[in-house]
Design a protein around this ligand. Structure first.
Ligand code: AMP
Length: 269
């Protein structure tokens, strides 16, 4: 496994390389990330993991500062899973200019959910993806359904620039208690993790009710009763139409963002 720390070096290393599988991450790797790595290895791709906490996608400075960092464990996990290259860029490899101007206009699916509650978030995501993809000319891009809205927005962005990169959507890996694995779970104590588990199991059991209900306030209050401090949203979307819906169907997913002990968690099912 090679560890590459600069944009120039990764670009040089990958010149003329084919069949690349790229997994962009913000580190603090867990089995969710590992499932993406395994998918790439299974396809026999030259597998590249990047670890970069992208300041541009955090609308809240505190959230950025407290984002968990476990780099030596991350490298061990990558090595164990036979990653070929780990790309660890510094901020100035990604953003060499002093003042970053993002010109990305996202026209689809961005005024809801994460886009609504985290202004500028998706513009920041697209900016970092664009720059990482200019360093890593990948064949496949592995993205988790854990961040479903992000997955759709990146896919649509690539389509809009007529990119040939193939996006591989990967299922959400969950902990035993049902919550989606997330780097942010590291910021929670056992009691909070249990609370999150109760919330997710309760919501999953009542999925159809939530979709049909036009009184989401009932379920939002329930989430708070379990111990969440705040709920940003709980909404059902039809993923084909990219519209809110109150009809259960194979294309309908429930999305939520909530806070426990000041830590913001997102999930969808
Ligand atoms: P992150 O490090 O949170 O930016 O995530 C990097 C990639 O891993 C993204 O494509 C995420 O959607 C994906 N990912 C994060 N958590 C999970 C999970 N529990 N299951 C599957 N994929 C995940």
């Amino acid at each position: 496994m090679k560890i590459i720390k600069t944009a120039n070096k990764i670009t040089t290393e990958l010149t003329n390389k084919k069949n690349i599988g790229f997994i962009p991450t913000m580190g603090c790797l867990h089995d969710g990330h590992v499932s993406l790595i395994r998918k790439s290895k299974k396809k026999k791709l030259l597998t590249i993991v990047s670890i970069f906490v992208n300041p541009l996608q955090f609308n809240n400075k505190k959230d950025f500062k407290k984002y968990p960092k476990t780099i030596s464990t991350d490298l061990r996990i990558c090595k164990k899973n036979k990653v070929d290259y780990v790309y660890l860029p510094q901020e100035n490899d990604i953003y060499p200019e002093k003042k970053i101007v993002t010109k990305n206009k996202i026209h689809f699916f961005k005024n809801y959910m994460e886009g609504k509650f985290r202004p500028g978030h998706f513009e920041g995501v697209i900016e970092v993806v664009k720059r990482l993809l200019s360093h890593i000319k990948t064949t496949y891009l592995f993205l988790g359904k854990k961040d479903y809205q992000q997955l759709i927005i990146i896919k649509k962005y690539l389509e809009s620039i007529k990119s040939k990169i193939k996006v591989v959507p990967c299922d959400t890996i969950r902990a035993k208690n049902g919550i989606a694995l997330s780097s942010r779970n590291k910021l929670l104590d056992q009691k909070s993790l249990n609370t999150a588990g109760k919330i997710i199991n309760f919501l999953k059991k009542n999925k159809n009710q939530i979709i049909k209900s036009n009184r989401n306030i009932f379920f939002i209050n329930k989430i708070k009763e379990f111990g969440a401090n705040k709920v940003d949203y709980l909404s059902a979307f039809n993923l084909k139409q990219l519209k809110k819906t109150n009809k259960p169907s194979v294309n309908t997913r429930v999305f939520l963002a909530y806070y426990i002990n000041g830590v913001r968690l997102i999930d969808n099912f």
